[in-house]
Design a protein around this ligand. Structure first.
Ligand code: SF4
Ligand code: SF4
Length: 172
């Protein structure tokens, strides 16, 4: 059982993999032989690693832009100009600071928009690209020390989160 993905301060903007590329490379599809049928463990260790220090993509939907703009008390058009960039096929991502930290990451605070963070941030590490295969999960875990730690999340929950992970399979 679980109320949410256990990530209280931070979340991830690791690079996306297009699922069509994964299929081309021979990864098994999620299906009858669901490899994580016994669940997967995750507990955020709040290292901040996924929000800082490297170039990444954080997709934001129109609805999420509305919420974030309201939070900052600025018009959506201003928010888009100041905090976002176009990526992929008509998608929008948050931008980064010069040091490659997410624009909303603060070393002392963590995510400064945490309660309104995008879906992509909420769904880590149960992204389609991570749960696609054990190999992909292992690759993600090499960069996120919270994967394979703490509470186990059941396969139904993982499937539910990964089906709507906010990533849209964008390659960045
Ligand atoms: S443990 Fe993983 S999800 Fe949590 S802050 Fe570190 S890299 Fe991000
Ligand atoms: S919006 Fe918040 S949780 Fe998402 S990458 Fe930026 S700092 Fe991290």
């Amino acid at each position: 059982m679980h109320a949410d993905v256990t990530c209280y301060l931070y979340c991830c903007r690791h690079q996306f993999m297009d699922l069509s590329l994964l299929r081309q490379r021979g990864y098994d599809l999620m299906g009858d032989d669901l490899w994580y049928k016994d669940g997967l463990r995750f507990m955020c260790l709040q290292c901040g690693g996924c929000c800082s220090g490297f170039s990444g993509t954080v997709l934001v939907s129109a609805a999420e832009i509305t919420v974030l703009a309201q939070r900052l008390g600025i018009p959506e058009t201003d928010f888009q100009k100041r905090y976002t960039r176009a990526v992929g096929k008509g998608n929008i991502s948050l931008i980064e600071k010069k040091n490659k930290d997410c624009i909303f990451f603060d070393k002392e605070v963590g995510c400064t928009v945490y309660s309104d963070r995008p879906r992509q941030c909420r769904s880590w590490p149960f992204w389609r690209s991570n749960v696609y295969s054990p190999e992909r999960w292992k690759r993600g875990a090499a960069r996120c020390p919270g994967m394979d730690q703490g509470e186990s999340h059941d396969s139904e929950y993982i499937k539910q989160v990964s089906d709507d992970d906010g990533s849209s399979g964008v390659v960045s």
